[in-house]
Structure formats: C-alpha cells, structure tokens
Design a protein around this ligand. Sequence first.
Ligand code: DOR
Ligand code: ZN
Length: 476
Amino acid sequence: MNNPLFDLILKGGTVVHETGRELADVAISGETIAAIGAPDSLGDATEVVDVSGQYVIPGAIDMHVHFREPGYTHKEDWETGSAAAAMGGVTTVFEMPNTHPPTRSAVEFRQKQECAKKACVDFGIYALLAEDNIDEIQGLIDAGANAFKCFMGNTFGNLPSPSTGAMLEGFEIIAQSGLRISLHAETASIMAWRQSKLEAAGLNQPLHHIVARPEVVAIEAVARAAILSEWTGARIHVLHISSAGELRPLSEAKNRGVDITGETCPCYLLLDASDYERLGSVIRVNPPVREKKDSVAIWNALQSGVVDMIATDHAPHTLEEKTNDNIWKADCGFPGVETQMPLMLSEVAAGRMTLEHYVRISSANPARTFGLWPCKGRIAVGAHADIAVIDMARQEIISATKLHSRGKVTPFEGRATTGAPIHTLVRGRFVQRDRAIMPGVSGHGKQVTNIQSMPAPKPCNVDQSLAAVLATGEET
Ligand code: DOR
Ligand code: ZN
C-alpha cells in the first residue's frame, strides 16, 4: 500500500450518535477522527479493521471512580483501575479524592498526578472540598483540578463532611473558576445520629444500612446544595442518585435554572431492597440500594433527562473487607467500571433504552457537563478517537475473579449480560482489543483539560462573598 491516507480505518460498522445511527467507516489519523464516510469510500489506511456487524460508539466517560492510589493500593491502583476501564469500554474516568492522603492541596494533587501516569485511559482528577482546606482551593485550581468533590456525608476514608458555612465559602471560590463541584449528597448528621442509635440497639443486619440512611438524607442534601449553587453560581453535580425523593429537588432546581446535573449507577437501576438477603454485606454501598419504587423512578428520570448520566462509583475493596456479619463493619461500595457497559447494553438489548440514548447518558452528557465536549463524547471528525466497538450479540457471565480490578467482589456475580465492548480505543490507540488489554498501554492515558472549553462562569452574589467582605475590611 503506497502512502496510506490514514493510520486506521474501522470498516463496515454502524456508527451510533446520540441522535441516530449510520452505516459508515471511521478513519483515524494520530489521536483524532479524520473522516467518516460511506462504506468503502475512505481510501487507504495503514491498518484496516473489519467491524461489520458491530457498533462504533464514543467510549464511556465515567465521572465517578475510586482508583485508591495513593494509599490503598491493596484495593486498586491506577494501572489495574484503568485496565478495568479499558475492558469496560470506558475511555475517560474522573477519579475521586478519598485516597490516603486525600487530594486536599496542590502538593497532594501533584502526588496523585504522578500515580496517574500509569493510566491507560484518559482521566480527570477531583480535588477535595472539605472543612479544613478552603485556603487550598485556589492552589488546587491552579494545579489543574478538573472538578471538586464535596462529601456532605461520610463514606470510605471517613473524611469529615464540611459545615454549610465552609461549603458556602468553597462554592464562592470555585464558582469563579467554572469548575463543577460533585456532591456526595447525603447529610452526615442525620446518618451519624441514626446509625449510633441502631448500633446501640444491636441492630446490625444488612437492611439496617437503609434505615440509617433513609431517603430524606439525600433529599435534604440535594436541596441544600442546590440553594448554595443558586446563590453562588457554582456548577454542581449530584453523584450516585439512589432515591425517588431526591429527584424532586433536582428537577425543581433545574427548572429554576440552577446549573445542576445528576448521575446514577447501575446498582440503583438494577438492584433493590429484595436483593439484600441474597447478597448480604456485599450490597452495602453509600448511598444504599433502596426500594423498587426508587429504581423505577430513577429509570424514568434517566429516560426523561432529569438524571443526566450513568457513572459507576467504582469502589473496589477486598473480599475480606466486604464480608462481615455486622453490616457496620463491612466496607461500602464495589467495582463497577468494567461491568457498567455490559450491564447497560443488556438493558438496551432488552428494549429498555435505545443505543442512541445510551450514547447520550454514557458519553455525550458527561462530556458536555464537565467541559470535555467537543473533543470527547462523540464520534465526529476532529474529535478524539475515543471509541468502544460493541458486539451486541456477545453473551457473558459476570464473574468477579475475571475482573481486571483488584476488587474481586461484585453484587452482579453470576449475572448474564448481552452486549460487550470488544475493542476500546483511546485517542486512536487500541488499549483493549478482542477482550484483552493490549501490551504496553500503561501510561497512554493523559489528564484531560476541561477549563478552556467551559462556557464563562456566572458567579452570583459575589459582592456578598466572604472574600469580598474581608477584602474591604467592612462588616455587612
Ligand atoms: O459506597 C461507597 N464507597 N460510596 C462512596 O461514596 C465512596 C465509596 C468508596 O470510596 O469506597
Ligand atoms: Zn464514590
């Protein structure tokens, strides 16, 4: 072949956009998509891969993973976590700050950037917004934080949740940058109160976890965060939506123009309270898997757009850490970055969602929400060649021992799936091919830049911010 035009052509597949699909070849040069055209119309490439009968979709963008490094590498590290992502058709992850040390200052941010150099998929790094690091926020922004995470409720790592006063000041500062603040929206004081009473009464069975965290903890937290967002102009994102009740403050805030988005995870769609007896402490996650009526409401909200996206809260722990007869002693969360796509494609195969809508909630919406669009989140000329090639006929059985994560325990053990990503490309390079990780891909991942592409921030009530008042030395 003389002077091939392109590096790679994915030939004969069906390209799926959020608005429709087309039979088309996709040509890649370097890191980006160079051409999309009718079958056999694009000319030569150094490599041509036949994907006829398969679907070519933008790789999933998972805004919520815990890769545990630094500090908890017996649970996961950036190499194992990103390999799990690549196996799951996920091409970009945003990683959470509840590591050890937590990502609470520029020094720790740079430490995490070092760890992340092993990643094989692209990544964003969350910085922490806590009670005791308000003075570090600007340094974290300057160091390249891609978003902030605020734990309104306690969870793994036991980072104390900030007071509403600290949150407000944090929101005021972060609003100026346009970066989004993702919220673990459960109110800590309600949960601590209830859990201590339950523990004192000797109530320690799996379902007591829901009793300690009734849906009002999420309703109260989402409503309070939305008010602070509206007041300051800070963009916010509600992580892991678990209840029907919190959909109301979420949609009400959206209707009043608050820049608020929301995600849910497969466990809140596919499991419910009836699974606690079977799964025991393995199902323990914060927020908890709730009632059937909650999963029904969340499904509807995901279809209507009130819930914007699917993420995983990939939260690996060891089998020993997950298994305990006393629910309060079992670690919360489980791996998810590798199983999200097969689980959700199974729902597509069952007719519960179109593949176009799946592209919207797994890739396009996260890209837009976190300022990665138009480079990521779509199959289009000029966009990064971040691609999952899907075989909708492929049947697999989820088995924790086969997961690439170090977390070898999942509530989806034994579940049959239909549809899987058979290849994953990150900026033009195969990181997963034919259901195996490609050799030498560790380190291919890069930190994303998302600030430049965000629309100009619109902070409000700036004149009443603590910084403004302190600067003038006046009291209001
Ligand atoms: O169950 C959870 N586990 N929920 C979270 O929010 C954090 C996570 C973890 O880091 O283990
Ligand atoms: Zn999480």
